[in-house]
Design a binder for this molecule. Structure first.
Ligand SMILES: [Zn+2]
Length: 135
């Protein structure tokens, strides 16, 4: 289900995130596709158009997340919700080591898995941006 986010709301989401993807932290302007507004809880699952339910996400995170809200953590076997950028702190659930983002918790691990945050193309982009001091 697609619903257009009003420009003013979109600008607020972008500004609040300082232009970075709220899942993988990629700064905008360094990829082929622009960042998007993500419905953290998709409309399909009862989410709404409130600022609290919207996140700024890179094309890759937004498209891989799609309507997903949870997955099974491979370590615990538990059904686990994806990371919520406004209810949780990124550093509590993720760490970046040599351009690879590791999930530190079940929430971090399922988010890395579902959003394919460590796809080789994503890691390569991160490495280049870090090397160029643009990360
Ligand atoms: Zn991202």
């Amino acid at each position: 289900m697609t619903t257009r986010v009003p420009k003013e709301l979109r600008d607020q989401v972008r500004q609040r995130a300082s232009g970075r993807c709220e899942y993988c932290c990629k700064p905008e302007g360094y990829s082929l596709y622009s960042h998007h507004v993500d419905h953290i809880i998709p409309l399909l699952h009862g989410g709404d158009l409130s600022l609290d339910n919207l996140a700024w996400a890179c094309f890759q995170c937004n498209t891989t997340k799609s309507a997903n809200i949870a997955s099974y953590d491979l370590e615990t076997g538990e059904l686990t919700p994806l990371f919520h950028p406004h209810k949780q702190k990124w550093d509590d659930h993720f760490e970046m080591v040599n351009a690879v983002i590791n999930g530190k918790t079940p929430i971090g691990r399922v988010t890395v898995k579902i959003l394919q945050i460590n796809h080789p193309d994503q890691v390569e982009t991160r490495q280049k941006l870090i090397k160029a001091k643009m990360w």
